[in-house]
Design a binder for this molecule. Structure first.
Ligand code: GDP
Length: 131
């Protein structure tokens, strides 16, 4: 999911290009805006973290671009492509090193397991929207 800081900075195209050039197939993609309720639900696993309120506010503040991506070893390879959560620690050339503004407004989200990728894909897309 491309996050609001990256969409508002006009980096959706550049990031999507990096994703495709890294060998991912875009199975589904759209623009959307989360309500605070839905952003809270998406990040429910972080409910007890001190930054949860800030994260929900930020994630519902603007346009996001959720995608379903396909590739062998997709979860691990995508996390390598996006880089560390904190852009100051992200390896050079990664999406977050190039486009993230801060540890919270960090340009992009990637699922952390195949199981969560399925849950998050279902959160944003109905079966009807995939091809
Ligand atoms: P990710 O898997 O790399 O996205 O990182 P996490 O699952 O640990 O955190 C989820 C999201 O919460 C991150 O992508 C950031 O947007 C936000 N986040 C993580 N750590 C912090 C923090 O220390 N402060 C704030 N404000 N936001 C954070």
């Amino acid at each position: 999911m491309i996050k609001p800081d990256a969409t508002s900075a006009g980096n959706t195209g550049a990031i999507t290009k990096m994703i495709e050039e890294a060998g991912f197939r875009i199975v589904a993609m759209k623009k959307a805006q989360l309500t605070p309720e839905l952003a809270g639900k998406f990040y429910e696993i972080h409910k007890e973290r001190p930054f949860y309120g800030e994260l929900v506010k930020y994630m519902s503040s603007g346009t996001i671009v959720p995608m379903i991506l396909e590739k062998d070893n997709a979860v691990e390879d995508f996390r390598k492509l996006i880089g560390a959560t904190d852009p100051k620690k992200a390896a050079p050339g990664t999406v977050r090193a190039l486009f993230a503004k801060s540890i919270d407004a960090n340009a992009i989200h990637g699922s952390d397991s195949d199981e969560n990728a399925a849950i998050e894909g279902n959160f944003f897309f109905s079966q009807f929207e995939r091809f």
